[in-house]
Design a protein around this ligand. Structure first.
Ligand code: ADP
Ligand code: MG
Ligand code: MG
Ligand code: MG
Length: 392
């Protein structure tokens, strides 16, 4: 058996790779920095010092960078990420970075440099408004959902398609860290002492756990659409005019409401932490993403669906209702797990005043619970904002 040739890149081998690919002119003077702030991968930024043009090389490591070599993790996620970027990019070229090259053996994706934009989580924390962000994400979700669903694809084709995106190891991370561990006294949990009572209340809430079990089952069993799988605001680059969705290494066929729910939840951290009128901007984002999604998805359904039942009265409304309800539940799980689970968000942890921070975290837990328990609402964005305003 021939061993696959894998080696973690360093600055000089990363530069050698882009030179081999001919991405820069021959007399370019290239610099290289590892800029990854994620937990699982290397991200190299390679730039030509004279033209300021750059490219990005993302490389999967055979273990989670944050934990070290004690947590091995499949390199296959690099191929999944590259293929997902290409597929999502074919539906929405404006909203996804261009992929210049990918190599399965080296577990690398070479892609468009988006350094001129800002990671939307950071921008939102800094008070940026991004008026187009949620409309773009609504379009992204409508297209990626519709074109990978049974409403558009032949069932056989969809199943073939789903095969290249069975992503068991990364799905397992979500199953554990989003749907299971935060609801039990698991070792991976990480929360401040002052939250102990609130957390114990959650662990002893059997009605909440029953609903979490149902949401986990939906994640485990429903192959509705090709999901991004990790669509939080740290996976989105934003600017005044542009939006780009990166980092789909968790892509797999799952319930459509999952991506939308993660996006809702990560906006909601801002609804919790912002003060006064700047909260309203976040409510506008929640409106924009749902209304844009609903309108675009409905248009695609009416114009391009191949499934015969798409002409049956009430089926579109049923489908939108299911996505909305699921999204509220998944948003609730995300709010809870980002507050007390293994992977936190800067929106909450970055609050330096302890009293304020604990209060914000308690609100996130309560809101998470409320969304899970009250998710059977009419699919209108006001249903969501009512639940949210009740808890803030
Ligand atoms: P991980 O899977 O490890 O979270 P990401 O794909 O989210 O990796 O990338 C981590 C960071 O690297 C991003 O937050 C961003 O700062 C930087 N980055 C990733 N892709 C690009 C890109 N195409 N252009 C510029 N910076 C990027
Ligand atoms: Mg990331
Ligand atoms: Mg990041
Ligand atoms: Mg990632």
């Amino acid at each position: 058996k021939i061993q696959p040739i894998y080696e973690p890149l360093n600055s000089s081998s990363a530069i050698a790779l882009v030179n081999r690919l001919g991405l820069f002119t021959e007399n370019s003077v290239l610099t290289c920095n590892e800029i990854g702030d994620g937990n699982l991968n290397y991200v190299f930024h390679i730039a030509d010092t004279s033209s300021n043009r750059g490219v990005i090389i993302k490389q999967a490591l055979p273990y989670a960078k944050v934990v070290g070599e004690s947590w091995p993790l499949t390199l296959k996620r690099a191929v999944i990420e590259a293929n997902a970027l290409k597929i999502f990019g074919s539906f929405c070229p404006q909203l996804v970075p261009k992929v210049y090259y990918s190599d399965e053996q080296l577990a690398v994706t070479v892609m468009e440099d988006l350094s001129y934009l800002k990671i939307s989580r950071k921008g939102l924390i800094a008070g940026e408004e991004y008026p187009l962000l949620s409309r773009h994400i609504g379009q992204y979700l409508a297209k990626t959902f519709f074109y990978t669903s049974d409403f558009y694809l032949e069932p056989g084709k969809k199943k073939d398609f789903a095969k290249q995106f069975t992503n068991p190891e990364l799905c397992k991370i979500t199953e554990d860290l989003v749907f299971t561990d935060p609801f039990f006294d698991a070792e991976t949990n990480d929360f401040e002492k002052a939250l102990t009572e609130a957390v114990k209340n959650l662990w002893s809430d059997e009605r909440l756990k029953l609903e979490a079990a149902k949401l986990k089952k939906s994640f485990l069993t429903e192959q509705e659409v090709l999901l991004h799988g990790d669509l939080h605001t740290g996976s989105i680059f934003a600017g005044a005019q542009e939006t780009k969705v990166i980092d789909p290494e968790f892509a797999f066929y799952g319930p459509a409401g999952f991506d939308l729910g993660l996006y809702f939840a990560n906006l909601l951290f801002q609804a919790i932490t912002r003060k006064g009128s700047s909260k309203e901007v976040i409510f506008t984002h929640l409106h924009d993403v749902w209304l844009t999604f609903e309108a675009e998805f409905s248009t695609l359904w009416k114009q391009e669906s191949k499934e015969v039942y798409c002409k049956t009265e009430g089926y579109l409304e049923y489908t939108l209702q299911k996505i909305f309800t699921d999204a509220l539940g998944f948003a609730g799980c995300e709010l809870i797990r980002r507050t007390i689970g293994l992977a936190h968000v800067e929106d909450l942890d970055g609050i330096s005043n302890e009293g304020e921070r604990i209060l914000a975290k308690k609100t996130a837990l309560q809101l998470g619970r409320a969304l899970i328990m009250n998710r059977q609402q009419e699919a209108k964005i006001e249903s969501l904002t009512t639940i949210v305003k009740d808890q803030l």
